[in-house]
Each structure stands twice: as structure tokens, then as C-alpha cells.
Design a protein around this ligand. Structure first.
Ligand code: HEC
Ligand SMILES: [Cu+2]
Length: 419
């Protein structure tokens, strides 16, 4: 097979191999940076494309010249005279031309890059008055979101976990903080990535063109569960956002005991007895319409078992969940875990890892370490005992919290009643 044939076949194979990239949806998906939904991500994508096209042009030119020279000047079998051809010593026009072209290529890349750096650094001056401000804290391995403009008498700043709800069509300034190691804040369709560094006040801004539901995650290796340290951004129309804030300001809901519900009834689901660690986190229906699911989650569940939920509130206290979790207005005031005051209205469990369904929540409460290896609810955090505590050798062997199936059902009903 001749060299030319091999080259041709290789080129064809490469082209065919790249085809699925553009047709199969590899470039789309929840965390695609190619489907931008806001001005910051769009600016970042533009820089990527400018760089891509310039470097592509350079590649095609260089590879073309190389291929041409290789084919044209290679030694041939029947060459009578196999001596070296005369060697050139450089042509000043070619050399100056190449230097000028390189500089031109760099300028073409540098100008939009610098403009993008300035633009994405902070909310543009003229929009600053309209910007909404939130604080995002990274913790191993979940996110805490604070709304500094929402102060609640007696408890301070409004907080939420793992779901950042923002007004759509408005710039949002996100102050980035960390409670432990370095994390990085990334919402591929809106903006990113900027590190959350200890003792350093970083920030970024983002804006969603329209109401929508977006996937985000930590983008800086931060320990064993880094890859499953995720979160969501939910952008709402201004009026819906105001409604959401008003509801979040309320203390935790207490379901009213209906007279026809006097005793505990087993909640209507079958827990997974021994789930695989990589069991699917959410259903195809959720995947197809996450925003619809989010909206549905804001309402009280049909068929809520009030008695079971109220019993769950007692279990939540007895099992010492309250030492790490705040449920504002109920007993929990802990700060080492996510705030659960309105947990029932969130779409995910364990920092964006699982859909917030009864089965998944049951699984998380009974076997957190199966879902998320090494998580701090299992291991304990800041001196608070978790499900396990360490023995004298430092091994995780001392069982501290054990939740039976029935207790878990009550906890699930309680947590889902927190709308
Ligand atoms: C030692 C502190 C601690 C204790 C005790 C504890 N948790 Fe947690 N909990 C955490 C931490 C930390 C997380 C975040 C884990 C992660 O996502 O990495 C968490 C996460 C959760 C979540 C998911 C929140 C979300 O938005 O993703 C729920 C629900 C929850 N805990 C319920 C409980 C219940 C019920 C109990 C009692 C049986 C309990 N926790 C006991 C620390 C604790
Ligand atoms: Cu992280």
C-alpha cells in the first residue's frame, strides 16, 4: 500500500470518527458548553470559537504544506540519483511573512479574549444597579447558597442548599467562598469556572436569558466525592422569583393533622433493598422535563401522610439529625449540613446526585455511604458524630446513627412535607 493511500484512508477514518461529535449529541446535554443560555457563557463560547478557527487554519496550512512536501520530495524506488537535493537557506520574505502571520493570528485571538476577560469579570457598570447578589459556599461535598438581601428576624440571612434559585434575565453576582478546601463553581450553560479559595473573596457573574433549570458542579478536585459534588440553578421569571423568596422566608411547614388520618400508614413506595452505587440517579421523565418537576415540587404532595410526617419530625430529633441540619421553625438548628427548611421543594438529594424521590431519599437516609462514598453525613463533621464515628485507631467502625426502614419512611414523609 502506498503512502498516499494510507494517508487518504487515515484522513477518511478521522473524518468519519469525528462525525458523531456533530450528529449524536455529544456536544449537547445538561452540561454542554455549546448550548449557552446566557451572555457570560456565550462570550466564553465565542472566545473558544475564535481560538478554534484560528488554530484550525494554522493546522490545515501547516499540515497541508507538510503533506505536500512529504509526497513531492520523498525518495522514489526508481530514483537513479539518490543524493540529497540542494538545500535552501531560508527566504527572507517567507520568514518575515510567517512572523507577521503568527503575530496577526495572536492578535486575532487576543483582542476578543481580553474583551471577554473584562466582560466576564464582573457585572457591567451600567447593569450593576439591577444585579442580584448571592453568596455561594463550597463545602465537602455540597453547596450552600446565601441571599444577603433577605434577612430574617431571629435567624439572619436566608440560606438554601444545592439549588441556587435566581431571577431570569437579570445579572446575578455570585460571591464565591469555601468552608474547607478549594472548590470551583461551574454552571456550563451560564458561566464558569471560578475557584472558591480559602481566605480569598472570589466572585463571578452570570445571567440566564430565560427561566430554566441548569446543571452545575464543582470543577476543582476537592476530595473523594468531588465528582459528585453538584448543584442546580433554577432561573425564574421576576414574579415567580419574588413568590419563591417569600415562601423561603417562611419557617418550615407543619402539616395539619386531618381527622381522617389518625394512624401511621406505610408510605406508598418500595425502598431499594440493596441498591448499586451507580443506580440511576434520576428517571427519564425527570431528565426530559426538570423544570416541570421543579414546579411540581413546590406543591404539597398529593396523598401526603400527615401522621407519618409528624412522626418523622420526632424521629428527626431522636436520631440527632438536628445536630447537623437546620429546619427553621422546627427543632433543627445545626449548620454542618445543608439547610432542610424547604427540602421538600428541592429536586435533588445529596448535592444534585439523585432525584428527590421517595425511593432515593430513603436510600440516602439509610445508606448515605453507598450513595456518596466518604460523605460527611456518614463520617461526621466538625466534631459532630455522623452515622459512623472513628474508633481509637481512626477507623470508621463505631455506629452512631442507624435508621430502620420504618424510621426512614417517616423521615422521608417528614422531609418531603417541608415545602
Ligand atoms: C454529622 C452531621 C450530620 C448528621 C448527624 C446528619 N446529617 Fe444529613 N447531611 C450532612 C451533610 C454534611 C450532608 C451533605 C452531604 C453531601 O451531599 O455530601 C447531608 C445531607 C443530607 C440530606 C440531603 C440534602 C440535600 O440538599 O442534598 C438530607 C435529606 C439529610 N442529610 C438528612 C439527614 C437525616 C434524616 C439525618 C438523621 C437521620 C441526618 N441527615 C443526619 C450532615 C449530617
Ligand atoms: Cu468541590
Amino acid at each position: 500500500m502506498s503512502f498516499a493511500t494510507i494517508s487518504r484512508r487515515l484522513a477518511t477514518a478521522a473524518a468519519v470518527a469525528c462525525l458523531p461529535l456533530f450528529t449524536s449529541g455529544w456536544l449537547s446535554g445538561h452540561q454542554s458548553t455549546f448550548e449557552t443560555k446566557g451572555p457570560v457563557a456565550r462570550t466564553q463560547l465565542d472566545v473558544f470559537y475564535v481560538t478554534l478557527w484560528v488554530t484550525m487554519l494554522v493546522f490545515v496550512l501547516v499540515a497541508g504544506v507538510l503533506a505536500y512536501a512529504t509526497l513531492k520530495f520523498k525518495a522514489r524506488k526508481d530514483d537513479a540519483n539518490k543524493t540529497m537535493p540542494p538545500q535552501g537557506h531560508g527566504n527572507p520574505f517567507v520568514e518575515l511573512g510567517l512572523i507577521a502571520l503568527s503575530i496577526a493570528a495572536l492578535v486575532v485571538i487576543a483582542v476578543p479574549t481580553l474583551r471577554a476577560i473584562w466582560y466576564t469579570y464582573d457585572v457591567p457598570e451600567e447593569q450593576r444597579a439591577n444585579a442580584y447578589e448571592v453568596n455561594a459556599h463550597g463545602l465537602q461535598w455540597w453547596f450552600k447558597f446565601e441571599y444577603p438581601s433577605e434577612q430574617i428576624d431571629g435567624t439572619g440571612t436566608l440560606v438554601n442548599a444545592n439549588e441556587l434559585v435566581i431571577p431570569a434575565g437579570r445579572p446575578v453576582r455570585v460571591n464565591l467562598r469555601t468552608a474547607d478546601v478549594i472548590h470551583s463553581f461551574w454552571v456550563p450553560k451560564l458561566a464558569g469556572k471560578v475557584d472558591m479559595m480559602p481566605n480569598r473573596g472570589n466572585h463571578l457573574w452570570l445571567q440566564s436569558d430565560e427561566p430554566g433549570y441548569f446543571w452545575g458542579q464543582c470543577a476543582e478536585f476537592c476530595g473523594e466525592s468531588h465528582s459528585v459534588m453538584r448543584f442546580r440553578v433554577v432561573a425564574l421569571a421576576e414574579a415567580d422569583f419574588a413568590k419563591w423568596i417569600a415562601k423561603q422566608r417562611q419557617p418550615a411547614r407543619i402539616p395539619a393533622v386531618a381527622p381522617e388520618q389518625p394512624k401511621l400508614v406505610a408510605a406508598g413506595y418500595v425502598p431499594l433493598s440493596n441498591p448499586k452505587r451507580n443506580s440511576p440517579g434520576y428517571t427519564a421523565e425527570f431528565d426530559a422535563d426538570p423544570m416541570g418537576h421543579w414546579v411540581a415540587k413546590q406543591e404539597v404532595d398529593a396523598g401526603e401522610d400527615v401522621a407519618l410526617a409528624l412522626h418523622g419530625r420526632t424521629v428527626f430529633k431522636e436520631k440527632s439529625c438536628i445536630t447537623c441540619h437546620a429546619v427553621r421553625g422546627h427543632d433543627g438548628m445545626g449548620v454542618n449540613g445543608p439547610d432542610l427548611t424547604h427540602f421538600g421543594s428541592r429536586t435533588t438529594v445529596a448535592a444534585g446526585l439523585l432525584e428527590n424521590s421517595k425511593v432515593n431519599l430513603h436510600r440516602w437516609i439509610t445508606q448515605p455511604n453507598n450513595v456518596k462514598p466518604g460523605n460527611k453525613m456518614y463520617r461526621g463533621v466538625n466534631g459532630m458524630a455522623g452515622y459512623m464515628t472513628a474508633d481509637a485507631e481512626g477507623d470508621m467502625t463505631v455506629e452512631h446513627i442507624k435508621v430502620s426502614d420504618d424510621e426512614a419512611r417517616a423521615l422521608v414523609e417528614y422531609l418531603h412535607s417541608l415545602k
